[in-house]
Design a protein around this ligand. Sequence first.
Ligand code: CAA
Length: 291
Amino acid sequence: MDIKTVGVVGAGQMGSGIAHVFALAGYDVLLNDISEDALRKAVDLIDRNIGRQVSRGKVSAEDKDAAMARIRTTTKLPDLGPSDLIIEAATERETVKQAIFEDLLPHIQPHTILTSNTSSISITRLASRTDRPERFMGFHFMNPVPVMQLVELIRGIATDEATYKTLHAVVEKLGKTSASAEDFPAFIVNRILMPMINEAVYTLYEGVGSVKSIDESLKLGANHPMGPLELADFIGLDTCLAIMNVLHDGLADTKYRPCPLLTKYVEAGWLGRKTERGFYDYRGDEPVPTR
Ligand code: CAA
């Protein structure tokens, strides 16, 4: 199936990154959010980030203008109805995602493919509550979307081959690489990455290392581009905790229990970069460790 128009639900850090890469690849994008302000901020961010690619000679100024002209915004979910492909990138809460799909169903075309950018929630379960589990898939982008090469493709139990092939071809058109994952809690990337981050928080909690020594150890000792605590702040501590809970509940294994210190940071509202405080405090010129 030929995809031309793409609806993106949620204009947060993932939704705006997804709109950015689809518009640059030539798709018409309609970005939706309940907040006008979030939509304005997302368009500004996309403009700045593509501008960064122009200044580094990776994108031409004409391609930037053409991409920005392909992005439209709306606060009304039904406006996404005519889209060939819809990518839900809202908050990582199953009730929120389920409500979005329910609200979309009466408005979409028979051929529309529905996808979720969920990082951990069961695709089979989300799909089963729609009228088209065969045309429903997990479509998981990594943060920052314009930079990260991988997209995880997750088939639910009922997803058909045509849908998988269509999304596989879309990922190629974006210039990215797909990895196919089975639909089990947190798929591949987060099944491996989140227990590592959670273990870094345990290492801090037990006093084995400080924020600085833990991050430096992994950066300099394992060549990771960011330390695990810096990365947790970048992803969002609420998202990290939500994924650990999905692993813990879904696999019923105590090795996935979230570290109490991670829970405490989330309870404090210290969610990382987005709230300007997490394992680091970002309110000054330089990030300062909070422990
Ligand atoms: N848009 C466009 N370009 C961007 C960008 C953005 N949002 N952010 C960074 N860039 C570009 C920069 O312009 C720069 O381009 P050049 O190579 O042409 O110079 C390049 O990316 C590197 O950026 P910086 O020089 O600013 O910074 P850096 O070298 O420190 O790299 C980073 C930043 C790419 C984020 C790097 O630190 C990194 O790879 N970190 C790890 C990220 C990671 O692990 N992401 C996965 C998170 S897990 C996930 O997403 C799954 C989930 O479900 C939770």
